[in-house]
Design a protein around this ligand. Structure first.
Ligand code: PMP
Length: 407
């Protein structure tokens, strides 16, 4: 397809680094993506010229920074097609977004309630729900199984609801298998039972167009650092009707209407959930990152990455009889987790690094998934809009070099 990847690569000066004298081949985009110059320049400019706390001052700098932050909120709203900016809450990232929902919604859960998750969840969509059992209540996780391709068993899912089901919380895209889950169907089924739905969008938003109104989820969580943006910033989308009913998550400045020692009233949405000084420069930089992705086009990014995925998968499968790929869903993002024979993933990762190739090894914060596969870890190569066919070639050549060393 017509995708000027070399032009986009120039936007990422960090990709020009060399590692051990070899050109960097960055294939760890699932963990975090690199950041384009326009985003870093914007951060620098804001630190030098516009740094002032938001929603607090009458002075020009504060008003400017407030406008930048609120413009970012509108940009995020438009990016995911939410109904209102009241539904866009800024957080530290996906993890905090999920913790916010679990802590706030969870206050209303009763002993014996159940949360439906899937077997392919990241720890950040498992542990926050387990924490709800700490205060004497017993909250149980019900786990949607998958088949050998890594496709969720929707028939099993449909049988999991009962009068104790309090929440469904499922990832949009698996960070290990790459599976794109049928989140619209998952949400519709939950709503048939009157159960709210959270979708963990950490691995989705930078790879395809996400439309929360179309999915009709109650909550959607994601992180800026995985979408070419800054670290330490993320978003929780929540339906206004849900957020209005929920108690605040943290207390502090910004989230109040009036405070006295006897009684405090809370600010309106979205500020009710934004206690303390937010990372306003990070938030405004996320705006730039969204503009950057949209200037290329989410549909084009999706199509290009699929091409890279198919190319990498094809070569890995045809050239290495000992190589086993985990995750073969028909709907799949550009993530390839694999084992090279019985070589330890850590050894594979280290030897690839010596050739300038950055991949991830280990359990990828999805230990229950890895256990269900009978593994302790896998090697994961994950791709972004700036990865090239030549980089795949380099990766394959490196695997050819290390295979005889390890097997
Ligand atoms: N969910 C998924 C599917 C992820 O891949 C990740 C990051 N690896 C997270 C949640 C957590 O994101 P963060 O660390 O940015 O909060």
């Amino acid at each position: 397809m017509n995708f000027d990847v070399e032009r986009y690569r120039n936007d990422f000066p960090g990709l020009n680094r060399s590692i051990y004298g070899r050109p960097l081949t960055y294939l760890d985009n699932t963990a975090t993506s690199q950041t384009p110059k326009c985003v870093v320049d914007a951060i620098e400019a804001m630190y030098y010229n516009s740094k002032a706390n938001v929603h607090r001052g009458v002075h020009t700098l504060s008003q400017e920074m407030t406008m930048l932050q609120e413009a970012a909120r509108e940009r995020v709203r438009r990016f995911i097609n939410a109904y209102s900016t009241e539904e866009i809450i800024f957080t530290r990232g996906t993890t905090e977004s999920i913790n916010l929902v679990a802590a706030s919604m969870g206050r209303g859960f009763r002993d014996g309630d159940e949360v439906i998750v899937s077997v392919m969840e990241h720890h950040s969509n498992i542990v926050p729900w387990q924490l709800l059992s700490l205060n004497g209540r017993n909250i149980t996780l019900r786990v949607i199984p998958m088949d050998e391709r890594g496709v969720l068993d929707m028939d099993a899912y449909r049988t999991m609801f009962n009068e104790h089901t309090a929440m469904v919380s499922v990832t949009h895209v698996s960070n290990v298998l790459g599976t794109i889950n049928p989140v619209k169907e998952i949400a519709a089924e939950a709503h048939r039972h009157g159960v709210p739905v959270l979708i963990d969008g950490a691995q989705a938003v930078s790879h395809r167009r996400v439309d929360v109104s179309d999915i009709d989820c109650d909550f959607y969580a994601f992180s800026a650092h995985k979408m070419y943006g800054p670290t330490g910033v993320g978003v929780l989308y929540g339906k206004k009707s849900m957020l209005e009913k929920m108690p605040p998550y943290q207390g502090g400045g910004e989230m109040i209407a009036h405070v006295s020692f006897d009684r405090t009233t809370y600010a309106d949405l979205p500020f009710k959930f934004e206690a303390g000084t937010p990372d306003f420069i990070g938030i405004a930089a996320m705006h730039k990152a969204i503009d950057y992705m949209e200037s290329i086009g989410m549909e084009r990014i999706e199509r290009y990455e699929k091409e890279i995925l198919d190319y990498a998968t094809g070569r890995m499968e045809s050239e290495f009889p000992s190589l086993r790929i985990y995750g073969k869903a028909p709907e799949k993002d550009a993530i390839v987790s694999f084992m090279l024979g019985d070589a330890h993933p850590y050894d594979v990762g280290l030897l690839l690094d010596k050739q300038g190739i950055a991949v991830r090894t280990g359990h990828h914060c999805a230990q229950p998934l890895l256990e269900s596969l009978g593994l302790e870890g896998v090697v994961r190569a994950s791709f972004a809009l700036y990865n090239t066919h030549e980089e795949v070639d380099r990766f394959i050549a490196a695997l050819h070099r290390i295979e005889p060393m390890l097997l």
